[in-house]
Ligand binder design. Structure first.
Ligand code: SAM
Ligand code: DTB
Ligand code: SF4
Length: 361
């Protein structure tokens, strides 16, 4: 695989737009069927009340956001939602939980049951549950999990401006564990959080430096949510999303590049340019985890206009997972770091939320 310096990737990103899209489309066609689109559905299995302070996230307990907090959903409800997603044309379900990290016990056992259940529907399964250990990754793989999503979100330098309750190193450690568990890695980030273009490029470099290039890279445009520290960020220009997707496609030719959060702000024309530039996957359904998303009908109409065909339901690698034996290491006492530096706008949003709650009492 070709290696890129930071300057190479920056130059690519800044290529005149039409030339950049053409190059990305050419790479895309060498490794993917450009008429196919992979469609995933998100299920928020445990919503809100998260102890972390991610500046973009409506699920952080400390910010006053309008989302409804829920405990872990019953296994049967999740399976029913997955069945519906399959009927609506999704080939993969991604279950998200507002956890800092996975804790052993009843909840994790339930998640394993959800994974088994969805995998038996002949669908691919992905989870995003926060930080996990190597043995947890292995147990998830044994249950039939295909992908684990854990985003680097931005560059290591800018991460400190967004999150103070965990370090970049912890993210990298979890991705190592995911890889050791032979799960496919899904890791990407968010643009539009006030970062520089260099931060976007450095994030791509961090992804390229992982033990294995990620199988899937979600590119999210920030959905600014009232109450969060990033609520007042401007909507990221669509041209930046297209550039980011095209650049990711060129440097990671075989990876699935997912046009993720932010599609409600995008026209069909803008999304078409993203697909042309190498995006090969989306999340469908009225909701992402907590924020709106174009529904299945709208996406079906878009696919029909653009001549895109959702990929079939597959359970690739299922045999590989069946023969895998989990190594039940006693690594649950692992200590994740808590950098605990101060981010002014996060502190401000937390104080505002506290005052609001007090006034509402
Ligand atoms: N708690 C787990 C974690 O942080 O890894 C999993 C759930 S978390 C909501 C999954 C990802 O959603 C985040 O890493 C972030 O990239 C994305 N995300 C969260 N809020 C977002 C927002 N407002 N706009 C765009 N992406 C967002
Ligand atoms: C990812 O990169 N984007 C998805 C999925 N992985 C879990 C989540 C987007 C969340 C957007 C904010 C929300 O709906 O809460
Ligand atoms: Fe919690 Fe994940 Fe949201 Fe951060 S992104 S606050 S870890 S749910």
């Amino acid at each position: 695989m070709k290696t890129y310096s930071k300057k190479d990737i920056l130059d690519l990103y800044n290529t005149p737009l039409m030339a950049l899209i053409f190059e990305a489309a050419t790479v895309h066609r060498l490794h993917h069927d450009p008429s196919k689109i992979q469609v995933s559905t998100l299920i928020s299995i445990k919503t809100g009340g998260c102890p972390e302070d991610c500046g973009y996230c409506p699920q952080a307990a400390r910010y006053h956001t309008a989302i409804e907090k829920n405990e872990l959903m019953p296994v049967s409800s999740v399976i029913n939602l997955a069945k519906k997603a399959k009927q609506n044309g999704s080939s993969r379900v991604c279950m998200g939980a507002a956890w800092r990290n996975v804790k052993e016990g009843e909840d994790f056992e339930k998640v394993l049951e959800m994974v088994r259940g969805i995998s038996h529907l002949n669908m691919e399964v992905c989870c995003t549950l926060g930080m996990i250990t190597e043995s947890q990754a292995l147990r998830l793989a044994e249950a039939g999990l295909h992908y684990y999503n854990h985003n680097l979100d931005t560059s290591e330098a800018y991460y400190k401006e967004i999150i103070s309750t965990r370090g970049y190193e912890d993210r990298l450690e979890t991705l190592k564990n995911v890889n050791k568990g032979a799960l496919k890695v899904c890791s990407g980030g968010i643009i539009g959080m006030g970062e520089r273009v260099e931060d976007r490029i450095e994030m791509l470099m961090s992804l390229l430096r992982l033990d294995r290039v990620p199988d899937s890279v979600p590119i999210n445009a920030l959905v600014p949510v009232e109450g969060t520290p990033l609520a007042t960020e401007n909507t990221v220009p669509v041209w930046d999303i297209i550039r980011m997707i095209a650049t990711t496609r060129i440097v990671m030719p075989k990876t699935t590049v997912r046009l993720s959060a932010g599609r409600t702000e995008m026209s069909t024309e803008a999304q078409a340019l993203c697909f042309m530039a190498g995006a090969s996957s989306i999340f469908t359904g009225e909701k992402l985890l907590t924020t709106p998303n174009p529904g299945e009908d709208k996406d079906a109409e878009m696919f029909s206009i653009l001549g895109l065909i959702p990929t079939e339901n597959t359970k690739e690698n299922s045999d590989k997972f069946k023969i895998r034996k989990p190594i039940l290491k006693n690594d649950t006492a692992v200590k994740w770091t808590r950098p605990g530096h101060t981010i002014e706008r996060n502190v401000k949003a937390t104080k505002q939320a506290k005052a609001l709650r007090k006034n509402q009492k």
